[in-house]
Every structure is written in structure tokens, then in C-alpha cells.
Write a protein that binds this ligand. Structure first.
Ligand code: ZN
Ligand code: ZN
Length: 260
């Protein structure tokens, strides 16, 4: 069985002590690829350095939480991202988007940063890793300004409306451990009708550990729990879900093939 963790933060301090063991455990659990996600400028080098590991890819981008701080300290964000896109095993742009739940950055700054990522995504045909919270309408409005843009709504837990709008525009949805939570009936219902060829699985580790690991640090090996739940929802075997979500990952992040 081959699974992909399409979104994890292996370079966060949470994994400093046992990063290698964490990757080892994931491989034993059938995880053959990881997308190590960048969230801020001073993380770029560290996130990329882990791609020396087989099967570990990385993104480059600025989390919406970091938008104000980043734009205040550099006017070269676009240039920096553009340059980093030329480095091996960098296969996605993000995570970027809008987070109106926390609003750690000014809305205008979040939008400006998001638009920079969108522009580059179109220019270089690199998919976006989109983070939205309480900002579905604005996110779609902005994406619509960039015909041809591709990407994934990561850690999808949004509304049926967002799911429909995302799918109709060719975007993918990535499901996290939230899918296993007791109170996630609504999300499971939405997932039932989303075509399997538009779904990815992720952990967002170290956050959001799925049941039965809830409350502990999350790690890529646990992506199997989300895949198991998805199998149950879709009435398929775990093997079928692994095969489908892995194929979807490599279809979307097509650059990954060139670096295998
Ligand atoms: Zn996120
Ligand atoms: Zn994340």
C-alpha cells in the first residue's frame, strides 16, 4: 500500500528531536511520499533541506498568519518565492490563503500575499496549497481572477458550497484527521459526494491528530486513519483509497515525478 501525506510540517520544532524516527514510522505505515509545507520566509531553507530524504518534497510560501509581518519586512516576497521555485523537489506554492478566524494578519495583507502566490502559480504552472478559514467567498473571488490556477484546499473542513465551487473549478480537496472526529458528520456527508478523483489525504502534523491519537502530537504515519475513514465513507477498500489519493497527488503535483 502506498499513501501520501500531502501536507505536513516536518520542520516544525515539534519534530526536532525525532524527525528521522517519525519519517521511519510513516514509511513502515505505507507512506511513500510527504509534502513538507513552508509557512514563513525563515523556514524556507530548513523545509527544503529535508528533501534530501527520498520521497520528501517541499512547498514554498507564506501562511496567511505571516502575511503582515512578511510584507512589512520585505518588498521582495514575489522574487524570493520565484527564485525558490527553481530549486529541486519544490513542487507547490503555499501554504497561502486567507484566515479570517484568527486574523493574525490584516485582511488586506493576507489578500496581497495570496495574490502574489496566485500569480506565480499561473506563471509557473505550480499548484497552490490553499488555507482558508472563515473566508470561503473571498478565497474563491480572488482565485477567479487567475484563470488556469490549480491547487488544493488543504485540511478541508468547509461548507458544501466551498466544496462545490472548488471542484467545479478543478481544485482538489485534502482531508485531514478532522474526518475521523466524532462531530464531523457534516464533513463526512460532504465527502461522500465529492468525486474520489478530487481527494487527497494529509495530516497537517503536528496538528489535528486523528482518532485514536487525538490529543497527541500528530505525525505522518497517522494519515492512514484518515484514509481508513475515507474508505468507510466511500465503501471502498483501504488499498483502493490509497491508490486513488496517491495517484491524485502525483497528478496535481506533477513536478514531483521529475524529481523521483
Ligand atoms: Zn493550514
Ligand atoms: Zn499546515
Amino acid at each position: 500500500m502506498k499513501l501520501v501525506d500531502s501536507h505536513c510540517h516536518l520542520s516544525f520544532p515539534d519534530f526536532l528531536e525525532d524527525q528521522q524516527k517519525v519519517i521511519g514510522r510513516a514509511r513502515e505505515a505505507g507512506v511513500m511520499a510527504f509534502l513538507n509545507i513552508c509557512t514563513k520566509l525563515d523556514e524556507i531553507e530548513m523545509v527544503h533541506s529535508l528533501t534530501t530524504e527520498p520521497g520528501v518534497y517541499c512547498s514554498v510560501g507564506i501562511h496567511p498568519h505571516e502575511a503582515s509581518m512578511t510584507l512589512q519586512t520585505t518588498n521582495k516576497l514575489k522574487h524570493i518565492l520565484e527564485e525558490r521555485l527553481q530549486t529541486p523537489k519544490t513542487i507547490g506554492l503555499g501554504e497561502t490563503g486567507l484566515d479570517y478566524y484568527y486574523n493574525h494578519s490584516e485582511k488586506d495583507d493576507q489578500e496581497q500575499s495570496f495574490r502574489i502566490h496566485c500569480e506565480l502559480a499561473v506563471k509557473y504552472h505550480v499548484p497552490l496549497i490553499i488555507h482558508t478559514r472563515d473566508a470561503d467567498e473571498d478565497a474563491i473571488r480572488i482565485l477567479d481572477d487567475y484563470p488556469g490556477v490549480q491547487g488544493v484546499f488543504h485540511c478541508f473542513s468547509g461548507s458544501e458550497m466551498l466544496a462545490e465551487q472548488a471542484i467545479s473549478r478543478g481544485f482538489y480537496l485534502s482531508l485531514s484527521g478532522i474526518l475521523t472526529f466524532k462531530k464531523a458528520d457534516e464533513l463526512r456527508k460532504i465527502t461522500e459526494v465529492v468525486p474520489l478523483d478530487k481527494l487527497l489525504v494529509e495530516t497537517d502534523a503536528p496538528y489535528l491528530a486523528p482518532i485514536p491519537h487525538r490529543g497527541h502530537r500528530n505525525e505522518p504515519a497517522y494519515v492512514i486513519e484518515t484514509a481508513k475513514m475515507l474508505a468507510q465513507i466511500k465503501g471502498k477498500s483501504l488499498e483502493e483509497i490509497a491508490t486513488a489519493t496517491t495517484a491524485n497527488f502525483f497528478k496535481l503535483f506533477s513536478r514531483a515525478e521529475t524529481f523521483q
